[in-house]
Each structure stands twice: as structure tokens, then as C-alpha cells.
Design a protein around this ligand. Structure first.
Ligand SMILES: Cc1cc2nc3c(=O)[nH]c(=O)nc-3n(C[C@H](O)[C@H](O)[C@H](O)COP(=O)(O)OP(=O)(O)OC[C@H]3O[C@@H](n4cnc5c(N)ncnc54)[C@H](O)[C@@H]3O)c2cc1C
Length: 464
């Protein structure tokens, strides 16, 4: 039944682990994988598109249950905006199906390559988290196979405890087989985007908090190299959907041909080669220059219209950009802090990374609101995602620094997102989830998975 034994990597190529791959094509294959694991004394971890930055879809020495071939959009109703999809359907498949009918997914990640199963398991957030909440908040119902072989259907009312624990549960309780979601109505294929600079951390956070009163999305880019009175400076993008009547030709702007990201830059140069040209700049000097140039270019405030795909999936503009970080790959560290403590915590972290000569190359900020999911990462505040280059030589110092960041975040009442951080320990996870939450999760784990078949490297790291 095993398709291959191979080495799997995280998205950032900073981690890898060998595993037996089983490609599931139907729900019976999922049950068969659990049976096989039980017989052979192995564990099983689900994998969608493998876009997590950490060990969430790695399982050293165990089975990797690949759900990417279960990728059918089972039903789509353009009158109500309700879609039902298998777990391997990607956000790319989804938006390309619904957008020409005037709908858009309510929450998307910064890449369109993620799958429904991955988005549910991590309970992803978008640039509209402060307004629309997480992916899970738009789920009408899902079905899943538990490691016992039982099939469950969950909604906010039916099996509500499982609904709130499996969404955001990183595939540790069961395998999603189908999800029904409510999409969001559009009146145009374009967004109106306001772009303006923020000269320091305080103004940056102030802009995230108050800069989008009538907007649907807000996101900040941070110059992680700037210090002193410019620490935390950056650029804010606040965007809003066009209202009915604002776009004279909505049918035209919603056409796929006007949304799909072009494969060439300047009309001739293949974007798939761009990451090779970025590689020589992937060092402190190169990225300091890139950050400075980006800040200077951001100075004049301006407003423009942009397609949904271009606004949301900026990172997909440069395919394989993560390879430009070199052999050691990259670690993304994302911390979520309440609005009261974010400024002091991030000032400390940014200064520390600069002092240690390991500044992040890229920093992205967002605004958030809390949600009701058991293993939630959200807060009433902000998040900062930092991309760090790793080499064999810097890996131990990097780990020390990120664990120091963890202490700062926990002291500030913050939280972590386990689609990203790869260095956070079980002790830290217990400190921010709290004993009651961890106990509740473990009780559910025992109920759904009495033989402990579902495990990933992430599970072993944060739940011990
Ligand atoms: C460039 C980039 C930008 C990103 N931007 C954002 C962002 O803006 N917001 C955000 O929230 N996240 C973001 N992410 C993170 C990403 O959305 C999550 O890591 C997501 O889980 C990846 O989906 P995947 O299909 O690749 O899942 P994988 O990485 O393959 O798996 C993720 C988790 O889901 C579990 N899983 C997968 N399928 C199933 C299933 N069918 N049943 C049960 N469990 C399953 C896996 O076991 C694992 O724990 C970004 C990632 C990248 C690479």
C-alpha cells in the first residue's frame, strides 16, 4: 500500500523527515492507512500541499497520508455561495471556480497553493482576521474519519466540541474528508487599496488598529533592519471591496483572465527563474538594501485598484522564492500579541535580532480578533511574522534567539501559530494554552484516537 519511502520537507526547506507516503484517493484509503499503521506499529500524519513552515506535516519514520488527490469540488451553488469540497482542493482551485460567478473565499492565506484540509487544520487567518475571523468561522459543516474508523459530521451545533477542536487541531484528532463553506459576495474583481508609510513601531501598530475603519483588509510590511527611532517602520496596505456600482464592468474584472497572475515579468522574463537571481542578495547586506529601497518607495501615500489574486497572493508572484534562502532554508517565526503589549515585546525582539546579527529578512504584520476554537492562536491585537535565513552555522544561535523570543511573547500574554513556528517547545505551548485547554484536548485525543495513531513531528514537539 505504501507508495514511496521518501524524505519530506517543510515549506521553508529548513526541516526534513523520512516517511512512508500513502496517497489517499477515497475515504476507504484513509481507513486502510489507519489499519496498516495499527498492524505495523506506525503513526500517521496528514499532508495537504506541505505549505506549513514547520513540522506540522512531517512524521519522521511514520506514514504520511497524502490527501492532495482527493481534490474534487463536490458541489457549488452560485445562488447561495455555498461550496462543498474534498480536503485536497486548493484555494487556487476554489477561487478560480467561484470568482467568475461573483464570489470569493471569506478567508485566504498568503499563498493559493494550500488545501482545504490544511486550511481547516491550521484554522488559517487572512488579512481580514480583525473583521472576518478565521477560516473555521465560515465552515457550515465538515466530515472526518477518526482513527477508530468512525465517520463524524460536525458543525457549530452538531458535535460542537469536536468542531471547535478539530478546526485548528493540526490533524491530530481525525482526517477531514469533506468541508462545506460559505463564500463571500463580490461586486467587482478589483479591490481599492490605500498604501502609506508608518515611520516607527508605534505608528505602525496605531495604523493597524485604526487605519482601516471602512476597509476589509489590512496588512503591514516591516523594515526589520531599521533601528533607533525608525525601529518597526514599514508600509501599510488597507484594502476594501468595491461597492455595488463602483465598478462599471464587474463581469469583465471578475473574469479569470483578469485575475490570474502572469507567468512573466516585463512580458518576457519567466518568473519561475526569478528566485535564482534573488539568491545572491539573500544575506544581511542584500536584504538591508531591499528593505531600505522598499521603505523609500513606500513614502508617497497612494491609492490604486488591484485584482483579488494580486492583492492576496503576492508571494505567489515569485514561484519557489523560498529557495533563494539557500541550502539551510528559512524559518518563519510568527507571534501574536495583545494590543497592550505588542509594542514593547516587538521592540525587544527586533532589537535583539539586530544586536545578534540575525535580523529577519522580511516582516509582515496583521490585526486580529479572538475566536472560540480550542487551540486558537488569535488574540485581540496583532501578529508579526518574521522570516529568518538559517545555515548550519547559525542554526544553534537561531534556536536560542527564537526561544528567547518565546519567553518575551509568553510574558506579554501572547500566543503562537503552529503552521509557522518550528522551535517552540512543549513547555511554552503549555504556558500559553494553559493546563485546562491542554487537558481538554488530550481528553478528546483519547476519545478520537485511543491507540495514538495520529501523530506528526509537531504533535510530539508540542504535546510531548
Ligand atoms: C507563502 C505562504 C504564505 C502563507 N500565508 C498564510 C497566511 O496568510 N495565513 C495563515 O493562516 N497561514 C498562512 N500560511 C500557512 C498555511 O496556510 C498553513 O500552513 C496551511 O496549513 C498549509 O496548508 P497545506 O494544505 O499545505 O497543509 P500541510 O502543510 O500539508 O498540513 C498542515 C496541517 O494540516 C494537517 N492536514 C492536512 N490535510 C488534512 C486533512 N485532510 N485532515 C486533517 N488534517 C490535515 C496536517 O497534518 C498538518 O498538521 C502560509 C504559508 C505559505 C507557504
Amino acid at each position: 500500500m505504501f507508495n514511496t519511502f521518501k524524505r519530506f520537507e517543510n515549506f521553508g526547506h529548513s526541516l526534513n523527515a523520512p516517511g512512508y507516503r500513502i496517497l489517499a484517493r477515497a475515504t476507504d484509503d484513509i481507513r486502510a492507512a489507519f489499519d496498516l499503521a495499527k498492524k505495523r506499529g506506525l503513526t500517521v500524519a496528514a499532508r495537504g500541499a506541505g505549505r506549513s513552515y514547520n513540522d506540522a506535516s512531517l512524521n519522521g519514520g511514520g506514514i504520511i497520508l497524502d490527501l492532495s488527490a482527493m481534490n474534487l469540488i463536490q458541489s457549488w451553488n452560485p445562488a447561495t455561495g455555498v461550496v462543498r469540497a474534498e480536503p485536497g482542493v486548493t484555494l487556487e482551485q476554489l477561487w478560480q471556480k467561484i470568482e467568475p460567478d461573483g464570489w470569493w473565499p471569506p478567508v485566504v492565506s498568503g499563498t493559493m497553493k494550500t488545501t482545504m484540509g490544511g486550511c481547516l487544520s491550521a484554522n488559517i487567518h487572512g488579512k481580514n482576521n480583525f473583521k472576518m475571523g478565521t477560516f473555521g468561522e465560515h465552515v457550515i459543516e465538515f466530515s472526518a474519519i477518526l482513527p477508530t474508523g468512525a465517520e463524524v459530521t460536525c458543525s457549530p451545533k452538531k458535535n460542537a466540541d469536536l468542531f471547535h477542536a478539530m478546526i485548528g487541531g493540526y490533524g491530530m484528532l481525525g482526517i477531514f474528508t469533506s468541508v462545506t463553506l460559505q463564500m463571500k459576495r463580490l461586486h467587482s474583481g478589483l479591490l481599492s487599496v490605500d498604501a502609506y508609510p508608518a515611520p516607527n513601531l508605534r505608528r505602525h501598530l496605531f495604523a493597524l488598529q485604526d487605519g482601516a475603519p471602512d476597509h476589509d483588509y489590512i496588512v503591514g510590511w516591516m523594515d526589520t533592519f531599521a533601528g533607533g527611532s525608525s525601529l518597526g517602520r514599514g508600509q501599510i496596505h488597507a484594502a476594501r471591496h468595491l461597492r455595488e456600482g463602483e465598478d462599471p464592468k464587474p463581469q469583465e474584472t471578475m473574469k479569470l483572465t483578469n485575475q490570474i497572475l502572469p507567468p512573466y515579468i516585463f512580458g518576457v522574463f519567466p518568473k519561475s527563474l526569478l528566485h535564482r537571481f534573488m539568491k545572491p542578495f539573500a544575506n544581511n547586506i542584500g536584504w538591508r538594501m531591499v528593505n531600505l529601497a522598499k521603505y523609500v518607495a513606500s513614502l508617497p501615500k497612494h491609492t490604486f485598484r488591484q485584482s483579488h489574486a494580486a492583492f492576496h497572493f503576492l508571494l505567489d508572484y515569485v514561484p519557489n522564492w523560498e529557495l533563494s534562502y539557500g541550502r539551510g532554508g528559512l524559518i518563519q517565526y510568527q507571534s501574536f500579541l495583545p494590543k497592550e503589549t505588542a509594542e514593547s515585546a516587538w521592540a525587544e525582539m527586533l532589537s535583539l535580532s539586530q544586536k545578534r546579527g540575525m535580523p529577519a529578512f522580511l516582516g509582515v504584520t496583521k490585526r486580529h480578533r479572538p475566536d472560540k476554537f480550542l487551540l486558537t492562536h488569535a488574540v485581540d491585537g496583532f501578529s508579526l511574522a518574521l522570516d529568518f535565513k538559517v545555515t548550519d552555522a547559525t542554526r544553534p544561535q537561531m534556536r536560542d534567539m527564537l526561544q528567547e523570543f518565546d519567553r518575551i511573547v509568553v510574558a506579554g500574554g501572547g500566543r503562537f501559530y503552529f503552521a509557522k513556528n518550528s522551535e517552540t517547545t512543549a513547555e511554552t505551548a503549555l504556558a500559553f494554552y494553559g493546563e485546562e485547554t491542554v487537558k481538554k484536548f488530550k481528553r478528546l485525543k483519547k476519545r478520537c484516537d485511543p491507540n495514538g495513531l495520529l501523530e506528526s513531528d509537531l504533535y510530539r514537539r508540542i504535546f510531548g
